[in-house]
Design a binder for this molecule. Structure first.
Ligand SMILES: [Ca+2]
Length: 488
């Protein structure tokens, strides 16, 4: 074997002239079922999923809190390609979001379809129901646009209610004209009673509103649970707040975790300290759709609250003349959303802020020492989910998925990375950028080697060498197809 003067093995790229030999090698290796790494390369892996490798089969397991859609495995075929559609791992972004429907009959309010209770029994008003009418519909407002991949529908299983027929799912940003939204899926048949049916969008659609409609049908729409799946949000399993018993009062929105501490009371300082003790802070910095989300989450808990004043992380300096409100991180609040007649600085000592259920969850200034108020903590995730991997690439180890850590994708020798090879785990729990792909670098035909010989090395596949004596001649030092890693 010839070596560079510095001892490195010299590598040569296979040109077109050698492709027939290579193809034969590939076929020989796959025929006896060996060495599938070389045949198909590393399999692609969808985001939020882990790979389980078993010979020619690659199986995917979703991260905690995500559900797998599609087939869980792909296989390496003898032609060197992974066959089968890659599944995806999504989390439900519809639960507890605001809902609406064409009409409401017999206690079947629209919110019953995303209350997290998948029962198929309507007794006790646990499913939705519209009047009997032409083309009845139900909708959910995700509060911000999400890329929607699939919708799961659980139908009512009792008492001879009509089965769902000709259901259409639309996803888009129009809340008023549902037919203007792009079609995600259409199911022309009948969905049996008491079953769960998954309808995948033909393609991923980004939208804030999801509509279900019995198109062209005169009837009553009754739904027991509707789940809307997206890959672009993390599940509450990743929130990991202080106590697991509080888990049922945790909700995720826009890549943040919120913990609703509505079963106990504390002063502002105590509440904030409790949030910080578990790695978070009292809720701050929110506006727009996040404000709407927090109000909706409080509203649905309203009947259980001992007080309707909920601490948020906004304060001003004590004193009658101080008028500047700041978030707890020091940022000045530019657009506080005060409720009616607020802030009134009653008694000159109201330097903290609550969301006030008596004022539609708008802001009210109150004294910081009231020690019986509820509060909301916010957390950012400590880790990212499993990153996606394009076919033939791998992630260089060692790596961790902790926030701020960096992973680096590597391609096999002879392949160049297309896109950024490095991704960072952001504080929002998602990897920056997108997974790069690997592209084979074709060095062109093997010109100018009439005086040389090329022999396959022992490992057969990728490494070539030229007779050492000729190899060192100056004119061959510069042949254009000399390969070093991914360059010719
Ligand atoms: Ca006040």
């Amino acid at each position: 074997m010839s070596r560079e003067p510095d001892g490195r093995r010299r590598r040569w790229c296979p040109g077109l002239a050698m492709s027939a030999i290579l193809a034969a090698v590939v076929l020989a290796l796959s025929a006896d079922g060996q060495n599938t790494d070389n045949v198909c390369g590393h399999p692609p892996v969808p985001v939020n999923a882990k790979l389980v490798r078993d010979g020619a089969k690659a199986t995917f397991v979703c991260d905690d809190g995500y559900r797998l859609f599609g087939s869980e495995s792909i296989t390496c075929s003898s032609n060197g390609a992974w066959t089968g559609d890659l599944p995806f791992c999504g989390t439900n972004v519809a639960v507890h979001k605001p809902t609406n429907q064409s009409t409401t009959a017999r206690g079947g309010s629209s919110g019953n379809a995303n209350d997290g209770d998948p029962t198929t029994v309507h007794d006790g008003r646990r499913c939705t129901e519209t009047l009997k009418e032409p083309s009845p519909w139900w909708s959910v407002d995700l509060l911000q646009p999400y890329p929607v991949r699939a919708v799961s529908i659980t139908t009512r299983g009792c008492c001879g209610h009509q089965p769902l027929q000709d259901i259409e799912i639309r996803v888009g940003n129009s809340s008023a004209e549902l037919q203007r939204n792009p079609l995600c899926s259409w199911f022309p048949g009948t969905i049996e009673e008491g079953t769960t049916k998954i309808l995948s969008c033909a393609r991923q659609i980004v939208g804030q509103h999801v509509f279900l409609q019995l198109v062209g049908v005169e009837g009553s729409l009754s739904l027991c649970e509707v789940e809307v799946y997206s890959t672009e949000e993390f599940s509450i399993d990743r929130c990991a707040p202080g106590s697991s018993s509080a888990k049922t009062d945790v909700a995720v929105f826009d890549n943040k975790c919120y913990e609703f501490n509505v079963n106990r009371g504390a002063s502002f300082a105590d509440a904030r300290q409790k949030c910080q003790a578990t790695g978070g802070d009292i809720v701050y910095g929110f506006r727009g759709s996040s404000s709407t989300f927090l109000a909706a989450e409080l509203e649905r808990r309203k009947s259980r609250l001992k007080t309707q004043l909920i601490w948020i992380g906004a304060q001003k300096e004590p004193g009658l003349t101080s008028r500047t409100w700041k978030w707890v991180n020091g940022d000045v609040i530019t657009k506080p959303t005060w409720g009616k007649d607020q802030p009134n600085n009653y008694n000159g000592e109201q330097n903290c802020v609550v969301l006030d259920g008596g004022r539609e969850w708008l802001w009210n200034d109150v004294g910081c020492n009231l020690d019986y108020l509820h509060w909301i903590c916010q957390y950012t995730p400590t880790t990212c989910g499993s990153p996606d991997i394009k076919v033939n690439s791998t992630i260089a180890s060692p790596y961790t998925f902790k926030v701020s850590s960096v992973i680096e994708y590597v391609c096999p020798e002879g392949h160049a990375t297309q896109g950024s090879a490095k991704r960072t785990c952001g504080s929002n729990g998602f990897w920056t950028g997108s997974a790069p792909s690997c592209k084979y670098v074709d060095c062109g035909p093997l010109n100018g080697i009439e005086n040389g010989t090329i022999t396959l090395e022992d490992n057969g596949m990728t490494t070539f060498q030229i007779d050492g004596q000729i190899y060192l001649q100056p004119e061959l030092q510069s042949v254009k197809w000399r390969r070093q890693k991914d360059m010719c």
